[in-house]
Design a protein around this ligand. Structure first.
Ligand SMILES: *Cc1c(COP(=O)(O)O)cnc(C)c1O
Length: 454
């Protein structure tokens, strides 16, 4: 029998996260205050986020940051996660490529998001906060945050993108089971929400609208901090447990990845898997290729513009230097709710500019076709988001076949799709469509981006 799973023991769970900012040859430009447009300090950021996360966000000197023992202890409830060699998928593709995936779908909440929810809530608790708030798209982050808040005795209020709430009602039930209150965004409970609904009564919501509402709640409620499940540097930092484990597990498999692939919403599962491997490209000249798979309907990495832009619809967040489609970009209602975000984050954007990685665009139908093949070969129904990584992996594996070249491909299975079965039903019934974005749409949307010289 061939060895398929490479497992670590609890004692091998990393003791430190890897902070790629310290090793980047060009550091990301600083976030700017949305009103004064001056660079923001960690202290400025700590009005919205926990002080520790604010510090981590801007840390360009420490490559390794200790994981608090209490956080490692919570990690050990579900980590380490398996690295799996996808023999059945390789066989179905008849490819000489060796395909590995890091399976972040094995925890009961079903995605990688919990890796950052736990430390974010831990730091809030340590710093004396009593409440946390956030936005969620498909509901994976909201579910993870609700659980993490419950283990530290914090109250959680979650704004869920309205369309996602309708598509995935069970995720709201999960959040409420963990004790969180859940509201569809845009809602009438915040000024930002009211403004959006007044402008556009049928707005189906986006991560941008939900972030505006959550930040407004955090800044108007005492001892309440805002938390974010993607995009920001400290979130990708926490997610590096994925890649650090995978590095040891690839060693157990006796191979090193030629290509590392992950789907891309705001970059946290991508950064989490990729950064620990990318450090060897930066520091030792290794030549691994890093590919971020985004939906064709939200193509910020390949067709966005590098600009200072807001992270949310209302313009409450710091201005971030990033590849963006414009902060009020309204992506099509694809089922991969976690990938419907207009911007790429500061670290990733700089890494693209410096040619350490690149994006590819995956049409919705190709993503589900890939997910179906993966389900039927490997026996795991992937999250619609993760299907994008699988589709990109299949493209590479077929390319390797054409070239008659053995190579090692590693991708992140960021979550399972068991609560997304309506999406699979629609695909099977032939009701899903591709949504391409026209150049003129992108151009006109970018005209709303603030005019700041970079
Ligand atoms: C949220 C989510 C994503 C996208 O977010 P990233 O920060 O880009 O990782 C991808 N996959 C799953 C399963 C998610 O829940």
């Amino acid at each position: 029998m061939k060895q398929k799973k490479f497992l670590l023991q609890e004692k091998d769970i990393p003791t430190q996260w890897y902070n790629i900012q310290a090793d980047m040859p060009t550091k990301p430009l600083p976030p700017l205050n949305p009103t004064t447009r001056e660079p923001m300090s960690a202290e400025d950021l700590s009005r919205i986020f926990s002080a520790e996360c604010s510090k981590q966000e801007l840390d360009c000197t420490n490559a390794w940051i200790d994981i608090p023992e209490e956080v490692r202890d919570k990690y050990s409830y579900y980590r380490s996660t398996p690295l799996v060699r996808a023999y059945a998928l390789e066989e179905a593709l008849d490819t000489p490529a060796h395909i590995y995936f890091k399976n972040e779908s094995t925890n009961p909440l079903g995605s990688h998001k919990i890796n950052s929810a736990i430390p974010q809530c831990y730091y809030c608790k340590q710093e004396g906060d009593t409440n946390v708030t956030t936005e969620t798209g498909a509901g994976q982050w909201g579910a993870a945050l609700s659980y993490a808040a419950s283990i530290y005795g914090l109250s959680a209020a979650v704004y869920q993108v309205k369309i996602s709430m309708q598509q995935k009602p069970y995720r709201s039930s999960i959040m409420r089971t963990f004790g969180a209150t859940v509201e569809g965004s845009p809602s009438m409970s915040t000024r930002a929400g009211k403004d959006i609904i007044t402008r556009e009564p049928n707005h189906l919501g986006s991560l941008g609208t939900a972030i505006s509402e959550a930040i407004e709640l955090a800044t108007t409620t005492p001892h309440c901090k805002y938390t974010l499940g993607s995009v920001l540097n400290h979130v990708a930092l926490h997610q590096t447990v994925i890649g650090l484990e995978a590095e040891k597990q690839m060693e157990m498999a006796g191979e090193y990845p030629d290509k590392v692939i992950a789907c891309f919403g705001g970059g946290s599962n991508f950064g989490g898997l990729a950064f620990p491997f990318m450090r060897h490209n930066i520091l030792e000249g290794k030549k691994t290729e890093f590919i971020a798979a985004e939906p064709e309907s939200c193509p910020k990495l390949t067709r966005g513009k590098f600009e200072y832009d807001f992270g949310d619809e209302a313009g409450y967040t710091p201005l971030l230097p990033m590849y963006t489609l414009g902060h009020d970009f309204k992506p099509a209602n694809i089922h991969a709710g976690g990938l419907r975000y207009h911007g790429a984050g500061m670290i990733i954007s700089q890494l693209i500019r410096d040619n350490y990685m690149h994006g590819v665009d995956i049409p919705q139908l190709e993503s589900f076709e890939a997910g179906m093949l993966f389900a039927r070969t490997e026996g795991i129904i992937p999250a619609p988001e993760s299907c994008h990584a699988i589709a990109a992996t299949i493209r590479e594996a077929l390319r390797a076949k054409e070239a008659g070249k053995q190579e090692n491909i590693l991708f992140c299975l960021s979550g399972h799709g068991l609560i997304d079965m309506t999406a699979y039903d629609s695909y099977i019934n032939g009701d899903l469509h591709n949504y391409a974005v026209s150049d003129s749409e992108i151009k006109s949307n970018l005209s709303a981006v603030p005019d700041i010289k970079i």
